[in-house]
Design a protein around this ligand. Structure first.
Ligand SMILES: C[S@@+](CC[C@H](N)C(=O)[O-])C[C@H]1O[C@@H](n2cnc3c(N)ncnc32)[C@H](O)[C@@H]1O
Length: 220
């Protein structure tokens, strides 16, 4: 990638190397360390260096399903709040965020988008009341070295009947890490229905590496 499209931005190589570091994570400690180092420059690298489109696209998918603008929504792996910013532009007014990185949460907090910011590890049971949310969203969190498919069942517990959940899952992990199997099982158990799965690019000009999904929690 060259820096020509965004002339003032000179560290595109650094953006690519940080992305490679993100995709090479092996342990939760590695992930926490990466996001601690990256938090302050993350938005700049993602938006200006890598031309990140994921948050805009997945927020639009949630808005296709969830019509109630005052619905309570949780942004899972909210990071610095890029997804929250797009949800606000769709008119949503009650957004909470969850992430395990205090540094990423601090940047999100500075934007005053989220009502509550919850520091929690998605690889453990989530200590929030069942049925709280009418919407959930997650971008870039089900990816290499990040969060596995077990968290998806936990997220559905947080959702009310008929709630919508839009998320991205890295295409390379769809079969390999068991996401497709976990989602099919949740549908077979009538926990939720798979409304749409689209192959889309996370980054402008790149291959469609992501599965952009929207699910609906079933009524009991
Ligand atoms: C690629 S960033 C995506 C942030 C934001 N959603 C976006 O699209 O810009 C992945 C986020 O997942 C968080 N994360 C990774 N593993 C996690 C875990 N086990 N529990 C909670 N958050 C986690 C990281 O701290 C980071 O903020």
């Amino acid at each position: 990638m060259t820096s020509g499209k965004h002339g003032e931005f000179e560290s595109d190589a650094s953006s690519e190397s940080l992305l490679a570091r993100a995709y090479g994570l092996k342990t939760p400690e590695d992930a926490k360390g990466l996001y601690r180092d990256w938090a302050k420059t993350y938005d700049h690298h993602l938006e200006n260096g890598l031309l990140y489109l994921g948050p805009k696209k997945i927020a639009a998918m949630l808005a296709e399903g969830l019509e109630e603008k005052s619905a309570r929504i949780i942004d899972i792996g909210c990071g610095t709040g890029l997804v929250g910013q797009y949800l606000v532009s769709h008119g949503f007014t009650h957004i909470d965020g969850l992430d395990f990185s205090p540094e990423m949460l601090a940047v999100a907090r500075s934007k005053s988008i989220y009502r509550e910011l919850i520091q929690a590890d998605l690889e453990k049971p989530i200590d929030l009341a069942p049925g709280t949310y009418q919407g959930a969203i997650s971008c870039g969190t089900f990816t290499h070295g990040h969060v596995g498919p077990g968290a998806i069942r936990e997220i559905f517990k947080l959702l009310a009947e008929n709630a919508w959940f839009a998320c991205t899952i890295h295409g390379h992990l769809w079969h390999e890490a068991g996401f497709e199997r976990a989602l099919t099982q949740l549908q077979d158990e009538r926990v939720m229905t798979i409304e749409a799965v689209r192959d889309e690019a996370y980054f402008d000009g790149k291959e469609p590496e992501g599965k952009f999904c929207i699910f609906r929690k079933s009524p009991v």
